[in-house]
Write a protein that binds this ligand. Structure first.
Ligand code: 4AD
Ligand code: MG
Length: 463
């Protein structure tokens, strides 16, 4: 007999049906002539209640071995439940204990643990209600993303993780080397000689797959990449990771407006999909984590996002009585307090801000008329701030070359990127969605470290 997933049994199981489950015991209640177990196999938030009767062979010894965290296989018959918490439960006929879990040392006890504590046991925290729900929602988000783009005929392309170019130019790169760090080769000027390194030049972990996605869009029109990206940003905030996943579509024959439209449709699609696939988990977040989760989801799906230019945003920020830590004037980069004010307080929904000053944005963004701003767009979400960053790309060779010179960038590393503007250039645009930020936004989890299984942050690469 093959085993069944608990979610299927809870949804469709019928009385008298014989089933086998496998999983981990969440709780045990030892009564006089029988015991109740709550068993979870990760397929759903709800556990399956199992009744062990004293007539089971080796009942007494088995029961001693079973504790919170023990792993078991149980076969038996489904019966209607007398309790009001569940429709159906399992009457055990056969019990296998794979592994016990010593109650004096097993860290997950039947009480509320803080998220800080759970981070210190990341290898076990997925066995809790909250992290189970987070990981299922995360999975549904990823599936929604692929489904959205596949339905639209976008090609999923795989961009490299090791690269020689700094796409964002923000200097947040992790270097990739196989030098013996105690014996680094030097050149005549006594500087590190990268020609002797593995790639013969300086190489990094990618901060974004965009430049290579642009290459692919110039052949396939509509593409997306979805992979890990890395930033050596030394910021210990609730929204930054050193390793995070990014979704980056790139669309040929598209301008900034088309880019915004796609991004808005995309976010709405993800929310709708997750609500449909994970209703219990989303209900759980609403009840236990943040009671605006379902309202927010509804708001995203059913309302149009606000759209303003950076210049309008600055005016709105200058007009308000709200005190900010960072002063506002035209030309400054928006800080997260500004972003949150706009999305959370003023518009009470996501806001797309466009046309930022060129000085605070990356070299590849298309220069607007007047040459003060670029065709950038950021989507700001309540509680999170920036969730998407994108732009129309500079497709005009002469202007791109000028920008590269102005910013003192190294043309040798991106000659191939310039080639795209020499051979069949077209207007194009794209954006990057921070995958963990959308999971955070959706679940209401306060800290980004709690929406990825193994967070990487400054001074932390455990597990
Ligand atoms: O705004 P960013 O830097 O844009 C890019 O990298 C572009 N190349 C994207 C593109 O146009 N194809 O990053 C995109 C998104 C941000 O809006 C944010 O959601 C997320 O990535 N992000 C982070 N998420 C977690 N931790 C960090 N340290 C992040 N940095 C950016
Ligand atoms: Mg950005």
């Amino acid at each position: 007999m093959t085993n069944q997933r608990i979610i299927e049994i809870l949804r469709h199981g019928q009385p008298d049906q014989t089933v086998t489950i496998q999983g981990w015991v969440r709780t045990k209640r030892d009564l006089k002539n029988f015991a109740f177990l709550e068993v979870n196999d990760g397929s759903s938030l709800a556990n399956l209640q199992v009744i062990l009767e004293a007539t089971l062979p080796d009942y007494e010894t088995s029961l001693k071995q079973i504790n919170n965290g023990s792993s078991v296989a149980i076969s038996g018959v489904l019966v209607p439940s007398e309790g009001k918490n569940q429709r159906i439960e399992l009457k055990a006929q056969n019990l296998t204990i794979y592994g016990d879990a010593d109650p004096t040392t097993y860290p997950l006890q039947k009480k509320r643990h803080s998220f800080e504590f759970l981070r210190s046991i990341s290898h076990l925290r997925s066995r809790t209600n909250t992290f189970g729900a987070v990981m299922r929602v995360r999975n549904a988000c990823a599936t929604a993303i692929h489904q959205f783009f596949q339905e639209k005929g976008f090609l999923w392309v795989h961009t490299p993780i090791i690269t020689a170019s700094d796409c964002e130019g923000a200097g947040e790169l992790f270097t990739v080397t196989n030098f013996n760090l105690d014996k680094i080769p030097k050149n005549k000027e006594n500087k590190t000689d990268y020609t002797q390194d593995f790639f013969g030049k300086k190489a990094y972990l990618t901060v974004s797959g965009q430049l290579q996605a642009e290459v692919m869009a110039m052949a396939f029109e509509n593409v997306y990449t979805f992979g890990p990206t890395f930033r050596a940003e030394n910021s210990n905030t609730s929204r930054h990771l050193a390793e995070f996943w990014m979704v980056e579509p790139e669309i040929a024959f598209c301008d900034l407006e088309g880019d915004q439209n796609l991004a808005e449709e995309f976010l709405k699609y993800i929310f709708k999909y997750v609500l449909e696939k994970c209703p219990e988990d989303m209900e759980f977040f609403d009840q236990r984590i943040d009671n605006s989760v379902l309202e927010t989801a509804d708001n995203i799906i059913n309302n149009e996002f606000a759209r303003i230019t950076y210049t309008e945003a600055i005016k709105l920020l200058e007009k308000t009585d709200q005190k900010f830590e960072f002063p506002v004037e035209w030309g400054v980069d928006l800080q997260s307090e500004h972003e949150r004010y706009l999305a959370e307080k003023l518009f009470k929904k996501p806001v797309i801000v466009t046309n930022y000053p060129k000085e605070i944005k990356a070299f590849y963004m298309r220069l607007d008329e007047g040459e003060k701003t670029v065709s950038a767009m950021d989507i700001l979400a309540p509680k999170i701030g920036e969730i998407i960053g994108g732009s129309q790309r500079e497709e005009r060779l002469d202007i791109l070359e000028r920008r590269i010179q102005e910013l003192n960038l190294n043309v040798e590393d991106i000659w191939w990127y310039l080639d795209l503007r020499k051979f069949g250039t077209v207007p194009h645009a794209g954006f990057g969605l921070g995958f963990e930020r959308v999971v955070q936004f959706m679940t209401g989890m306060a800290n980004i470290r709690d929406v990825i299984p193994f967070p990487r942050t400054p001074l932390n690469a455990d597990f």
